[in-house]
Design a protein. Sequence first.
Length: 139
Amino acid sequence: MSDTSHAIPQVTRSHPRKRHWLVLLSFVVMVLLPPLVAGWYLWTRAADRYVSTVGFSVRTEEMGSAIEMLGGIAELSGSSSTDTEILYKFIQSQELVRRADQALDLRSLWVKGGPEIDPVFVYQPPARSRIWSATGAAW
């Protein structure tokens, strides 16, 4: 025997409330908006920048005897540490930056776009850098 008089009332249709809209708005502002703004800025305002890497190896042309080669396990690289140290110091030196600046005009490459177009990523000349101050370059 089923008793229909004690039936559970039906649930009414729900409607979005203010808290639902606030959760949706906070999701849009905190999750969706930042990458969209960053993407827009990088594709429309920022000037293109390119990355390059430099690598080197130091080899000597000195050839020792076969016995020295078999016994010289400590010197497997075939280069003397002084050559490597000299080259490493040159790569880290301000002389290399100065030569690259003379050949490529690094300042004009980094200022490309101007602060009025790209205020975030453009190099602004009044700023002082360890690289430029060590080269003695004046702005």
